[in-house]
Design a protein around this ligand. Structure first.
Ligand SMILES: Cc1ncc(COP(=O)(O)O)c(C=O)c1O
Length: 428
C-alpha cells in the first residue's frame, strides 16, 4: 500500500486504548513498570547495556526516552522515506544540530552545500567552529571533481567526516546532486572511517524526494513545514538506518530535545492529509510560476519547473531526484529592497511571514529575514539579494493567490509596466 493509505492507522493498536479510533495524546511524563525487573530490563535496552533479546521491544520508560505518540509518528514517517528508523525532535534545528553533534568531533571537517537555511548556516559557520569543527562549503553547480579538489586543497581531507547538503536549497531552489555527494563521501571514506551524507529534505518534504534512495545516510526535516503544514507546530525529524538512528536517539535522550506528545499527535493528524496538501501546493505553484515568468516587473524566477536541458546538470539532477517541482518559488523583482517591501506590504491573502510548506501561502524577504545573518559577500554570491522574494505556495485557489500577487505587484511604481496583469490570468 502507498504511505498515504496508511497514515490513518499504521502502527496504532485501538485495542490498547479502549478501542479509540485515533491514538490518544499520551500526556504523561513517565510510565508505570509492572515489576522492578521489567524497569531494569527496559533501561538495559534503552541505555544500550545489552542487545535486545529475540522479539523484545523497548518498553515505555519516560517521555524523554520514548512515548507512544512519538513512536507511532516515527513509524509512520519511516513509510514515506522507506527508512528503517526515525527520531522526532522539538524543532528542525534540534534534529540538525543533534545529528551534527553526534557524528562530528573537534578537528573534523564538515563539507556543506551553499546556500543553507539561515539557521543551519549560522550553526555550521558560527557555532561549530567554537567546538573545533571546521566547515568548507561548495556551490550547488560545482561538479564532484571540483568539490573533491576543493577538499584536497583545504589540507583537511583526512578529517572529512560528513557531507551535509540542502536540496532544493532555501531560498534559491538550487539543486544539489545527492548521488554525487555520496560519491564524494565514498571517495574520502577509509577502512576505519565512513564519511556520512546528511540531506535536509525540508523543501521537497517526504512526498517529493527520497534522499535515502539516492545514497544519503540521513534525511532531515523541519517538520514544522510540509509535515506539520498548518503553521501551528514546531518540530523536526531525522531518518536513516537503525544503526545511525540509534546513535541519534541516544544523544536526543541526553540533550532532551525530543518532541512532546501533543506535538506528536498534531503531526500524526497532519500526516493524514500530507499527500493531498502537497499535491495541491505543487499544482498551484506551477500556475503561479507561469504567471510570474511572464511578469514585466520580475527579473528572474527561481523554480525547479523552469529548468530545461539548457540549464545542464541542474536539469538532470531534477529529473533524477525530484518527483515534483515543489511548492516553493523565489523571484527577483526589478529594483531592490524598496520595491520588495512595497510588494510584501501590499499582500492581502498571502501572509507576510517566514516559514514554509503551510496551508496558507506565505511570502518573505530572505535577505533581511530568514537569511539576514548570512555573511554579506556570501549573500551576494548566492543571489540572496535585496530584490528577492520567497513565496511558499499554499492550498488556496490559485486564481486568488495570483490575484493577490497581481494587485501587490501593481503597487510597485514602475512606469514601463502595465498596472495589472489580471486579464492575462486566463492564459495561465
Ligand atoms: C530548509 C530548512 N531546514 C531547517 C529549518 C529549521 O527548522 P525549524 O524552524 O523547525 O527549527 C528550516 C526553517 O525554516 C528550513 O527552512
Amino acid at each position: 500500500m502507498q504511505p498515504e493509505s496508511l497514515m490513518m492507522s499504521y502502527g496504532y493498536k485501538p485495542e490498547l486504548s479502549e478501542g479509540a479510533i485515533k491514538s490518544p495524546i499520551f500526556q504523561t511524563s513517565t510510565f508505570v513498570f509492572k515489576r522492578a525487573e521489567e524497569g531494569k530490563a527496559f533501561f538495559e535496552v534503552a541505555y544500550g547495556l545489552r542487545a535486545k533479546n529475540e522479539g523484545e521491544e523497548l518498553g515505555l520508560i519516560y517521555s524523554r526516552i520514548n512515548n507512544p505518540d512519538l513512536e507511532i509518528l516515527e513509524n509512520r514517517l519511516c513509510l514515506w522515506d522507506e527508512a528503517e528508523e526515525c527520531a522526532v525532535f522539538a524543532s528542525g534545528m534540534s534534529a540538525i544540530t543533534t545529528v551534527l553533534f553526534e557524528f562530528l568531533k573537534p578537528g573534523d571537517l564538515l563539507l556543506t552545500s551553499m546556500p543553507l537555511y539561515g539557521g543551519s548556516d549560522h550553526f555550521t559557520e558560527k557555532i561549530l567552529p567554537k567546538f573545533g569543527i571546521h566547515t568548507l562549503s561548495f556551490r550547488a553547480n560545482q561538479r564532484p571533481e571540483e568539490i573533491i579538489a576543493l577538499v584536497e586543497k583545504s589540507g583537511m581531507a583526512d578529517n572529512l567526516a560528513m557531507v551535509y547538503i540542502e536540496t532544493p536549497a532555501n531560498p534559491t531552489n538550487d539543486l544539489v546532486d545527492i548521488a554525487g555527494s555520496k560519491a564524494i563521501a565514498r571517495y574520502f571514506s577509509r577502512k576505519d572511517k565512513t564519511v556520512l551524507v546528511a540531506v535536509d529534505n525540508t523543501y521537497m518534504g517526504p512526498v517529493w524526494q527520497h534522499p535515502l534512495k539516492h545514497g544519503a545516510d540521513l534525511v532531515l526535516y523541519s517538520a514544522t513545514k510540509y509535515i506539520g503544514g498548518h503553521s501551528d507546530v514546531i518540530a523536526g525529524a531525522c531518518l536513516g538506518s537503525a544503526e545511525l538512528i540509534k546513535r541519534v536517539k541516544g544523544l536526543r535522550t541526553f540533550l532532551g530535545n525530543m518532541a512532546g506528545p501533543w506535538t506528536g499527535w498534531l503531526l500524526m493528524r497532519s500526516l493524514e492529509t500530507l499527500k493531498m496538501r502537497m499535491d495541491i501546493q505543487a499544482f498551484n505553484a506551477e500556475r503561479i510560476a507561469a504567471y510570474l515568468n511572464q511578469h514585466p516587473k520580475i527579473e528572474k524566477v527561481y523554480y525547479p519547473g523552469n529548468l530545461t536541458e539548457a540549464d545542464g546538470e541542474a536539469y538532470h539532477i531534477r529529473q533524477r531526484q525530484c518527483l515534483s517541482n515543489g511548492g516553493m518559488i523565489s523571484f527577483d523583482l526589478k529594483g531592490g529592497e524598496k520595491e520588495a517591501f512595497i510588494f510584501l506590504n501590499a499582500l492581502k491573502l498571502i501572509k507576510l511571514a517566514v516559514s514554509l510548506g503551510s496551508t496558507e501561502s506565505l511570502a518573505e524577504h530572505p535577505a533581511t529575514m530568514t537569511h539576514a545573518d548570512v555573511e554579506p559577500e556570501h549573500k551576494q554570491a548566492l543571489s540572496i539579494t535585496e530584490k528577492m522574494i520567497r513565496l511558499s505556495v499554499g492550498v488556496e485557489n490559485y486564481i486568488d493567490i495570483i490575484g493577490d500577487i497581481d494587485q501587490a505587484m501593481s503597487q510597485i511604481p514602475l512606469s514601463t509596466t502595465r498596472s495589472s496583469l489580471m486579464p492575462d490570468l486566463q492564459s495561465v
